[in-house]
Each structure stands twice: as structure tokens, then as C-alpha cells.
Design a protein around this ligand. Structure first.
Ligand SMILES: Cc1ncc(COP(=O)(O)O)c(C=O)c1O
Length: 365
């Protein structure tokens, strides 16, 4: 007889992980919105220096890292939460805020972890479709907020569609949300956006104690293998609640050391952003030359609908192109698993990887 699992486990959707981990080195990994550059030597040295202390538990209060973040972002350390990746903070927020009868509002398609929060807690989710330009429809989201709403998530720039809204729109939306409703502004990709200064949203925290800016060392800081995320919060209450529902040692010593060191190298961050913006322009131009109209990206990846010949199914075209690209050594994400069949999400790689992807796609369509 098979093990009988809880109703909760039957409800939780399985995360659509990319299946490209046992691939040869020469494959272009363009599926997970990672940075193509290896960690900085100074970051690797910081990890090495942390190794002799691995017989000890990590600092449960992540004090050095929180101090360093406080120095960099000007938010008091008591209002900074750390996570084993920012997903850890998201899931903890779901546990701390949601329960049956409560409501969660988010846009769709958006980050595939958000549905987990409602499924795990038994809360009701309200998915608000993106607008015609595949951006958050904030007025429509505002209309969905009721007395039962506990959490609203806005992903800016949005994964998987790469689009972003200007901060003025976000600020007006946050100002309209009642104070007892938590707003998580998921800014995993904010450094790549040229719409606003990525630090400009920090100012909102001074006016909105219910706001949380969710950020990560996984993307522009290039440390996703170590799993470190952080939340800059409008109040200490959020930090306390997400810490209360988690195990005490959620961020390991090597990760704390690496993230603290990485913060010192803002010049490297700026260089990565510059390379991403160059890749963005190149990919967009070349995709348009192939007759493909990508969404207006403000992130480190492109999102676009594949051309679908008359009488054919978008899902089948998508599967054939993803397979064809993989055969040519390029791994990308199929849109179907992310909320839109017939679309592709392609992370910018090195210039050589970008060229390889473009040549392979041209071959296939
Ligand atoms: C929108 C968004 N938020 C959060 C994350 C989670 O990042 P991590 O848990 O690695 O910090 C991702 C990762 O892809 C993402 O796309």
C-alpha cells in the first residue's frame, strides 16, 4: 500500500524546475535567469575563509550580513530579513500571513512559486491577468483587494514576462492598499531595469510599514548556488513573523560570508548590468529581424511568443523548438510550464551563448 500524504501535499503544485543539471559543460544554460559569470575571486576567498568554522552552526541572526545590507541600502538591520534564497522568505510569508479564509492576490503569469503559497496554506488565491503588454494590471489588482486579503504580491520586473512598471505606478498602488494588508514587491531582477534607479523603491518603506521589498543574491550578485535572499521591510513585525515560522539556521555560514563580501563589489554589479543591457539590445534586434516581437524586457532574460503556423498548436510548436534548441546545446524555458503555451523564456548568456541561441533559433523557425 502507498503512503497516504496530507491533503496539503496533494494541493501544492510541483515547482517547474529546469531539467538541465546533468548536461555537458559546453551546453548554454539559458533557462534559469542566472548570471553567466563565475563568482568573483574575493567572494570565493570569503567562502574559503568560512570553511574552518563549519563545525559550528551559522550565526542565526545573520548579523554581519544584515549590518552590511543595512549599510548598503540604508534600512535598519532590525527591518531586514534573510532567507535561504528569497523563495524561503516568500514561503515563510505565506505561512505567517495566510490561512483558510484569507486571500492572496497576484498577477498571472508571474513567478511560479506564488501558487505554492495559497496551496500550502489553504488560502484563496486571486490571479489577475497581465495587461496587453504582459505587465501587471495594477488597477485590476487593486479591485481584487477585499476585507479578506492578507497578502498582495507584485513582481517588478515580472518573471516570466520580463516586463516592468515604473515606480510611480507601483507607489500609487501601494498607497491604495489598506495598511493591514502586506504587500511584497518582488524585486529579484530590479538591478537590471533601466526604468528607475533600483534604489528608488527604498523610499517607499519610510511611508508604508506594510511593504516588503524582496531581493536576492541569486541574480545580479550571481550566487544562486549558495541560496541567499533578503527582504527590506517597512516594519520589524514582518521580520519577526517570518523568522518565527522557520528553522533557526536557514542561512549557512558560507552563504552569509559570500553575500557579505559580494555586497562590497558594486562595481561588478554595475558591469553585469551593463552586459545584460547590451545582450538585451542585441537579442531584441535579432529576434525582431526573425519576425518575433519580444516583450519589453527590463530583466536579464527575454520573453516572446513563437510564430505559430496556421492550424498548429502553440504548445506543440513550443515543445518542438525547446527540443530543437536542446539538440543544438541551448537550454531555455518553455512558456507552457510558466503560464503561457507557445512562449519561450531565454536568459541572457555570454555573448557566445547568445549567438549560439540566435543561430539555433533561426535554424528552427
Ligand atoms: C521573481 C522571482 N523571485 C524570486 C526568485 C527566487 O530567487 P532565490 O530564491 O534564488 O532568491 C526568483 C528566481 O527565479 C524569481 O524569478
Amino acid at each position: 500500500m502507498a503512503i497516504e500524504f496530507s491533503e496539503r501535499v496533494r494541493r501544492i503544485p510541483v515547482y517547474p524546475a529546469a531539467d538541465a543539471y546533468a548536461v555537458p559543460d559546453d551546453v548554454a544554460m539559458m533557462a534559469s535567469n542566472e548570471t553567466p559569470d563565475p563568482p568573483l575571486p574575493q567572494v570565493m576567498d570569503a567562502i574559503t575563509r568560512a570553511l574552518p568554522t563549519l563545525n559550528r552552526y551559522p550565526d542565526p541572526s545573520n548579523s554581519r550580513l544584515r549590518q552590511a545590507l543595512s549599510g548598503r541600502y540604508g534600512v535598519p538591520a532590525q527591518r531586514i530579513a534573510i532567507g535561504n534564497g528569497s523563495v524561503d522568505i516568500l514561503m515563510a510569508a505565506g505561512e505567517a500571513l495566510l490561512e483558510p479564509g484569507a486571500e492572496l492576490v497576484y498577477a498571472w503569469p508571474s513567478f511560479s512559486v506564488y501558487p505554492h503559497l495559497s496551496a500550502a496554506s489553504g488560502a484563496t488565491e486571486i490571479r489577475v491577468p497581465l495587461d496587453a503588454e504582459e505587465r501587471h494590471d495594477l488597477p485590476a489588482m487593486a479591485r481584487e483587494i477585499t476585507v479578506a486579503t492578507r497578502l498582495v504580491i507584485v513582481c517588478n520586473p515580472n518573471n516570466p514576462t520580463s516586463t516592468a512598471l515604473p515606480l510611480d505606478d507601483i507607489a500609487a498602488f501601494v498607497a491604495d492598499v489598506p495598511r493591514h494588508v502586506a504587500v511584497i514587491l518582488d524585486e529579484a531582477y530590479c538591478e537590471f531595469s533601466t526604468l528607475d534607479d533600483p534604489d528608488a523603491s527604498l523610499d517607499l518603506l519610510t511611508r508604508h510599514p506594510n511593504l516588503v521589498l524582496l531581493r536576492t543574491f541569486s541574480k545580479v550578485y550571481g550566487l544562486c548556488g549558495l541560496r541567499v535572499g533578503f527582504a527590506l521591510c517597512g516594519s520589524e513585525d514582518f521580520v519577526r513573523a517570518v523568522n518565527q515560522v522557520r528553522q533557526p539556521f536557514f542561512c549557512n555560514s558560507a552563504a552569509q560570508a559570500a553575500a557579505t563580501e559580494a555586497l562590497r563589489h558594486q562595481d561588478a554589479v554595475a558591469e553585469r548590468v551593463e552586459r545584460a543591457v547590451i545582450a538585451r539590445v542585441e537579442l531584441e534586434e535579432e529576434l525582431r529581424a526573425m519576425g518575433i516581437e519580444p516583450a519589453e524586457s527590463q530583466a536579464n532574460f527575454a520573453w516572446f511568443d513563437l510564430p505559430v503556423p496556421e492550424g498548429e498548436e502553440p504548445g506543440e510548436i513550443e515543445a518542438a523548438v525547446v527540443r530543437g534548441l536542446a539538440e543544438r546545446g541551448v537550454i531555455v524555458r518553455a512558456g507552457g510550464a510558466l503560464g503561457k503555451a507557445g512562449a519561450l523564456r531565454v536568459t541572457y548568456g555570454t555573448p557566445a551563448q547568445n549567438r549560439r541561441f540566435l543561430d539555433a533559433l533561426r535554424d528552427l523557425i
